[in-house]
Structures are given as structure tokens and as C-alpha cells.
Design a protein around this ligand. Sequence first.
Ligand SMILES: Cc1ncc(COP(=O)(O)O)c(C=O)c1O
Length: 412
Amino acid sequence: MASTTAHTGKATAVAAGNGGVTTPEAHDSARCGVLPARQWPNIQVEPEDLPAPGEAVEDLETPVLVVDLDRMEANIRFVQAYCEQLGVRNRIHIKTHKIPQIAARQVAAGAAGITVQKLGEAEVFAASGLGFDDIFLPYNLLGAAKLRRLRAFLERYPGIELSLTCDSTVVAEGLSTVTRQVGRRLKVWVECDAGLGRAGVTQPGHALDLAGAIERLPGLTFGGLMSFTADAEPSVAFMTAALAVFRSAGRPAPEVTMGGTRQLRWVEQVPGVTEHRPGTYVFHDRQTVLQGGWSFDDCAGTVRTTVVSRPTAERGILDAGSKAITPETMGLDGLLGHIVEYPEARLYRLSEEHGYADFSAYPEAERPQVGDVLAVVPNHICTTVNMFNWLVGARNGRVEVVWPVAARGRVR
Ligand SMILES: Cc1ncc(COP(=O)(O)O)c(C=O)c1O
């Protein structure tokens, strides 16, 4: 399609299939788009210098994402014990850290398998060789390319139990086709929207209908009901109604898997709940502190950042912008993170490479100096981690380990 500007009469390409009319820019990007990857110029750069074990955290070049291992391990232990006390399986969600070595610690602590959000994450965790043999993927997988990858995954990892969700027969039919190709059954859960307004069937009766459809499709087994909802009340209402609908249809009570760190506070109220999928709890963040009742002392992940400028008496500019700290405000107070050393400071803006902080809450003499290094707890740790190639695991102020964020960017 081409549009013609009224003033100049010149044609401008606005999309592919433009009838042969192209701007030089569009032509260039089209050429780049068809260039096979192997013909890309081979750019030579020195490998990045990684921190060494034993190095002092305070000496690390910034911005750098540092995880306090004592806090992380305490978080893992706490939630594991909590789920055991509630009698629900703890199926941890790996999308927070995307690091197989951390998930292995969560499984060693007692987690009942892992949750991934994307097939690409499942591929990375399966390939890690760390023994993740029970993977739940609560996402609608559909389309020829995705189902080809699902088939390849199932063929490559016959020992891994992969279960999935759907909220329509379109998705279930695609999954059923794959089971025929690989000669292997798949457990499929029904995703329920109990009030988040995201994917999922919105009526308990539809959950029953879809469960029946799953069972009628060759190769599929109905797993139960899956939900991820912010609030207790609609979750309890939905699952109460869903269990009643299953009961009156003469069916056994389905398993129920719920999710979320904040939701741990009330998950035991949900009738029939058998499993929970917390992710963020492993590191926590400003959101779980402000909305979930955790404390900044629970926050294991911080972005260490240098004050690179003090242009005014109040303002400090940090070397971590929106490419190192998520710019998501998460429905909180509009601020973009918590500065550990200056809890009353306001991190009020992020441009790509600059963080803008207002230190006016402190007497001038106490405000940070150019060159000081500060630690920021981001609003949302999961999307922050996804911006880093690796993170540092530290204990008592010293680097213990550097982990690649192995499934970083695996959005497909
Ligand atoms: C389906 C599903 N389950 C579990 C979780 C884990 O939630 P949280 O990271 O808040 O613990 C998420 C988070 O986005 C999710 O989408």
C-alpha cells in the first residue's frame, strides 16, 4: 500500500506490498530484512570482562545486576515451607530469573517442577541438562511454526513431561495434532480468567465445556483449571462456581493451579487449589514490597548504579536508565525504583542511559556525590533481569558466581 501526500504528490511506502513505490529508507530496510544471517558482517569485539569470584561488589563496574544469595536462598526456603504448610505444590515460575542454575536450587528445595511462559524458555531449561523433567507452559501455543517447534521439543525430550494450557478449542486442536505426530499424550489445562482481564475462559461453564472438548480430542488429557488473578475475591468466586459446575455435571473436582507471589497471601482461600506458581518471590521487587506486603530487606536483586552527575542541588543522574531498570510503573506511585541508601529519594524518570533522582528529601550535606554507587530495587525485577546478559550472585559483599541469563530474550 502506498499513500500520496496532498502537498507534494510524492508517494511514500508505508508497508510491504507497496506496488513498487519505495523510499530509500524502506529500500534499505527491505535489503537488510532479506540478508541471510550468515552474511552479516562479522563484528569482532573483545569478550566482555566478567566479574571474578571474590571481587568486592562495591568495586564492580556499573550498571550491574547483583543478587544477594543469602536473601535469595531465604526467599526460596520461606515460600517452599509456606506452600508445604498450605499443602499446595510449589511449581515455581522461572520467568523471573530465566537462569537454570537458580531453578535447580528451587527444585532442590522441594519445588514440584517448573513453570515457563514461552516455548523458548522450555527449550533453554530442557537443554540445560539440569534435570527439569516436569515443565508447565501456561500459554496458548498455536500456529504452524510454534507447533513444529513443540513437536521437535517433544521428540527431542521424551523424558520431559510437558503440560500446557488452552482457552479455546482452536488451541486444543493444534495440540492434539502434535500428539498424533509424536505418538505421545499431552496434559492440557483450561486457563480461566477470574478477573485479570487477560487470556482465559471467563465463565465457569465454559471451563467445563472446554475440559470436555479436551478429553474428546485424541492424545489429550484434561489436567485441571489454571488461573492467574490479582485479587482473592474473584478467584475464590470463580473457582467455587467452577467446582460446583463440575460437581453438578457428575465429574470429579479438577485440580486447580493458581499463580503469583502476591497471591500467596490468600491462595489457601481458593477452593480446590492443589498447586501454586510463584515467580517474583525469588528476588522480590518494589511491587511485591508495596503491594504484596514483603519488605525491602527481602529484595535480593538490585541494580548497582553510579551517580554520574549532580547538575543541581537536588538532582542526581544515575548511569542506569530504562535499559538497565525497567521503566514500568506497575500501578504504584509513579516512581521507578527504590534507592536503598536513600529510601526517601525519588527516582522519577528514566531515559535510556540515565536515571533521574531527586534527593531533596535529604539535607544537602547528606546527598550523594558524583561517583557514589547506589543500589536500586526496581519496580519489576522480572523485566529488569531480562535486560541483562548475566547477573552477579554475591554473598557478604563478595562475588560468588556470575550466571548467564540463559533464557533472556526467549520471547517466542
Ligand atoms: C501464568 C503465570 N503464573 C505465575 C506467574 C508468577 O507471578 P509472580 O511473578 O507475580 O510470582 C505469572 C506472572 O506473570 C504468570 O503470568
